[in-house]
Design a binder for this molecule. Structure first.
Ligand code: ADP
Ligand code: MG
Length: 619
């Protein structure tokens, strides 16, 4: 048994680095925070090979004296707080005094800094936590930190780095978050000597969003603002309907700090509750201001998480403010539509009944207008998944034949599922089909059933390599954020082998030139975004083609199912047959039951039939 001893600083720093520096992007985050804390109005970030070989952050902030510079690389040295109670008032990004020593312990670290009013600057060089030298240097006022040989001193950490492209994506995302947080600071980001972006001071947030997330996103948002006591919200919200499959564009700031916080996330999701389909996330860039005493920022060393002292107040305020904004938007749209109608009274050639509540009257192109029509007769662009005429150019009519020779239960001469002994009764709320059987009552979930059919059909296509694609008349542009862009670029082959034609068109810019035959052209942008989101969450990996095919088929099935109008009896018949020619008709691809059976004895029990009280029998 060895004696207890205090760890040398170098080791302690390397351990702390494990918490603070998860990946190269964490270094960029810490250094940029320091630059902003130092009052910089210009910040330049450069990196190479995903940060592995170079990270440089340079600012025109107030700089440090030689003494301060030497102190800054000591553990727990900070100029930002003096005592723990200061944490209640902290408005700077940093306060733990951990970043610089941690970073310097895991790389070759050069710090050059010059304080205003001094003639020369100071240069400090550290390698793997060992101080190599301190000397004078000439430089403008400000601070420059250059990091090379990242994790050379801790090889175990090197192994955990992802591909350069992925790490680069994280760095770019981090830089953009801070650029978003500080519109009054000019930002430049350079990767491998190429400029990724150079954003001047942007007084309007929407301009910054356009630079950072692309113009497509900037056009889909509207301003939000509100205030109450010490609470304030400013920012931009996605218009209802612009949902995403991931939270990556739901970004929250508290007192200017980008944070992940359950209370705010919940408030946003709750507000969009009925406006965005379940399981999707709104686009939101939300800046909450609050008395610093009401927040605990010291929850995690990376300071990405925070906690509110009064969560329900913040949540309530967030929801009220967002709902006001969304309501205002819908009223505004209603008003515009009404005005549009007053001005052109003769317009209703569209067949719109003027007594009906206002609807969006923007002309919608017919669904398949962007497809290059296939040879021969025009074909129904999105047949029900259960139709069995696919690929046989002779039978292009939308009426799917009732029978399929492969189908063991199909019975042409009898309506609806009679092969099963299911007698169709009706449709409940458009979603549940009711059948009578000898045993009792069947309730079939139309959506779940369609999902199952789509899922198995697509999977079969993928496995047999039958991935009919259709070229689009007009390519659909797609602009992604840096990480999404990197992911899509890495997976182009996967998309290609599943019927998408996507061309890289510049960094983070793509052109979708073809879609699988089963996908609507106007759905493709959102669908590809969703798939990129799934890949990002690790739920779909191009490296395991079989599993990826399954994930894609599932995503497509969820998207395609339940779109058709309330079905008539014949459609339902084919649906049931399609379902029972599936391998696993009992459940949807996500594991929900497709139908439930209430047998007569269960019904009797619930109606208390057969009990002692047989009053009815007396009459
Ligand atoms: P913290 O930011 O938590 O105080 P850091 O280790 O990140 O801890 O930095 C230590 C100190 O070094 C800071 O408190 C600040 O005084 C000084 N410092 C770091 N970076 C800069 C910079 N770019 N310009 C001026 N001072 C800086
Ligand atoms: Mg710091």
């Amino acid at each position: 048994m060895e004696a207890v001893r205090v760890l040398p600083d170098r080791v302690a720093n390397q351990i702390a680095a494990g918490e603070v520096i998860e990946r190269p992007a964490s270094i960029v985050k810490e250094l940029v925070e320091n630059s902003l804390d130092a009052g910089a109005t210009r910040v330049e970030v450069e990196f190479s090979k995903g940060g592995r070989t170079l990270i440089r952050v340079e600012d025109n902030g107030r700089g440090m004296s030689r003494d301060d510079a030497l102190l800054s690389i000591e553990r727990h040295a900070t100029s930002k707080i003096r005592e723990a109670s200061d944490l209640d008032r902290v408005i700077s990004f940093g306060f733990r005094g951990e970043a610089l020593p941690s970073i310097a312990s895991v790389c070759r670290f050069v710090l050059q800094t010059r304080m205003e009013g001094t003639e020369v600057g100071t240069e400090i060089v550290i390698n793997g936590g060992k101080l190599l030298h301190v000397r004078d240097c000439g430089m403008p006022v400000g601070t420059r930190i250059v990091i090379t040989q990242l994790f050379n001193s801790v090889p175990a950490r090197r192994k955990f780095l992802k591909s350069d492209r992925t790490e680069a994506g994280h760095i770019i995302q981090a830089a953009r978050l801070y650029a978003l947080a500080s519109p009054s600071v000019a930002f430049t980001l350079i990767e491998d000597r190429r400029q990724v972006f150079q954003s001047p001071v942007c007084p309007a947030l929407v301009d910054r969003v356009a630079e950072i997330f692309g113009r497509q996103v900037a056009e889909q948002v509207m301003p939000v603002s509100g205030a109450q006591e010490d609470l304030g919200i400013e920012g931009l919200l996605g218009r209802p309907g612009t949902g995403r499959s991931t939270r990556h564009e739901m970004i929250t700031f508290v007192n200017g700090r980008p944070v992940e916080n359950r209370t705010l996330a919940y408030g946003i999701l709750e507000s969009y509750h009925t406006l965005i389909p379940k399981g999707r996330y709104p686009v939101a860039f939300l800046f909450l201001s609050i008395d610093p005493a009401g927040v605990d920022v010291n929850v995690h060393p990376s300071k990405r998480e925070i906690r509110f002292r009064d969560e329900s107040r913040v949540r309530g305020f967030t929801i009220r403010t967002i709902l006001d904004c969304l309501r205002g938007d819908s009223e505004e749209r209603t008003r515009r539509n009404r005005e549009a109608r007053v001005i052109t009274p003769s317009a209703p050639s569209s067949g719109l009944d003027s007594s009906r509540p206002s609807v969006d009257v923007a002309p919608v192109p017919p669904p398949s207008s962007n497809r290059i029509p296939p040879q021969g007769s025009p074909r129904n662009p999105l047949p029900g998944p259960w139709s069995t005429d696919r690929g046989q150019s002779g039978s292009e009519d939308t009426e799917a034949p009732l029978a399929d020779s492969r189908d063991p239960v199909a019975d042409v001469t009898h309506p609806t599922g009679s092969g099963l002994g299911w007698k169709f009764i009706g449709v409940f709320r458009g979603t549940t089909c009711l059948f009578e059987t000898d045993q009792g009552l069947i309730l079939l979930d139309r959506r779940a059933a369609e999902q199952r059919i789509w899922y198995e059909r697509l999977l079969k296509d993928f496995r047999s390599g039958d991935v009919a694609a259709q070229r689009l008349l007009f390519a659909v542009p797609l602009e992604l954020d840096p990480i999404g862009g990197a992911i899509l670029a890495d997976h182009l082959e996967f998309f290609d082998s599943h019927g998408f034609e996507i061309a890289l068109f510049g960094r983070n810019f793509f052109r979708i030139e073809g879609v699988p035959a089963w996908l609507e052209a106007e759905d493709v942008e959102v669908f590809v975004r969703d798939l990129v989101g799934l890949i990002r969450q690790g739920r779909l990996s191009g490296r395991k083609p079989d599993l990826a095919g399954e994930a894609l088929a599932k995503a497509a099935a969820l998207r395609l199912a339940g779109r058709s109008p309330i079905p008539d009896e014949e459609t339902i018949a084919t649906l049931v047959e399609g379902l029972f020619s599936c391998e696993i008709p009992q459940s949807s691809p996500t594991g929900r039951p497709t139908y439930i059976e209430l047998d007569s004895s269960e019904l009797n029990r619930r109606f208390h039939k057969g009990r002692a009280t047989r009053e009815e029998d007396l009459f």
